[in-house]
Design a protein. Structure first.
Length: 267
């Protein structure tokens, strides 16, 4: 992490110093730093709404925008997305300087105004999205590899929900001990999915305690090409043989992807 970013994170940690208020989730010389801040912000009717803000500071920060994920059990997914978009807009005006503390203060002061916007909505039920108007040129495809799933039923439901909420299509694929997630959609939504995947307690450890996913790897990421199939939905599929799994990739126009990245997983 660059010096200015390290100093800023230290200052933020000193400000949000309560139990679990600020937690560094990962550090990497190539991918930057991911950390979480837990706050309460004033929403509608003076209600104090707990927010989980996850920031990803790339190595080029503060000269490039941080990645931001917003979660709250008191907001719909659509409202969380609206809050994230407003935070990113605010971050653009603060580019090249320390901004995390200012962003946190800003959302604490402006959450109610954002939730009061007609396009945001104030309901508490599941959110729904209009059909995506993104042209194919905006589509990306990413292949993820998971080492294992102990709490499979809950894990699968969580992955399906994230894919639905973020308007991602593709496949969650099981073949023997191999677990693959193929995501297709807007690149920013795929990035948000990865933040959720790495920061949420989606599985259990050997003792049955809830834990975060630490053994996930990105095998491949590219812009969707003309030969690639456009997935219409996100589906969970199990394959009885390697040939069956290979056929799925070939049908999707991903034969080379299978040969280069998937075959090596078979032991």
């Amino acid at each position: 992490m660059a010096g200015p970013a390290r100093e800023e994170l230290g200052a933020v940690a000193a400000i949000f110093c309560g139990p679990d208020e600020c937690e560094v989730l990962s550090r990497s010389e190539t991918d930057g730093t991911v950390f979480r801040i837990l706050i309460k912000a004033e929403g509608l009717k003076d209600a104090h709404i707990p927010l989980e803000l996850v920031f990803h500071l790339p190595v080029s920060y503060p000269h490039s925008l941080p990645g931001i994920s917003v979660n709250s059990g008191h907001l719909t997914r659509a409202q969380c997305v609206a809050v994230k978009e407003k935070l990113l807009e605010q971050a653009e005006s603060l580019l090249s300087g320390p901004m995390i503390h200012e962003l946190v203060l800003w959302i604490q002061q402006n959450l109610g105004h954002i939730l009061n916007q007609p396009e945001t909505g104030s309901g508490s039920g599941e959110c729904t999205f209009a059909a995506s108007t993104t042209v194919d040129d905006g589509l990306w495809i990413t292949l993820l590899h998971l080492d294992h799933m102990r709490a499979k039923t809950k894990y699968v439901k969580t992955v399906e929900k994230w894919a639905f909420d973020l308007r991602l299509t593709g496949r969650l694929m099981f073949m023997g001990k191999i677990i693959l997630i193929l995501l297709q959609g807007d690149r920013n939504n795929i990035k948000e999915y990865l933040i959720l995947q790495k920061t949420s307690k989606v599985d259990v450890d050997s003792s049955g305690k809830k834990c975060k996913e630490k053994m996930i790897s990105v095998l491949f990421e590219t812009k969707v090409q003309t030969e690639h199939k456009r997935f219409l939905a996100f589906e969970v599929k199990e394959y009885s043989s390697l040939d069956e799994l290979q056929k799925e990739f070939e049908t999707a126009g991903l034969k080379e992807l299978f040969s280069e990245f998937v075959l090596g997983l078979v032991k």
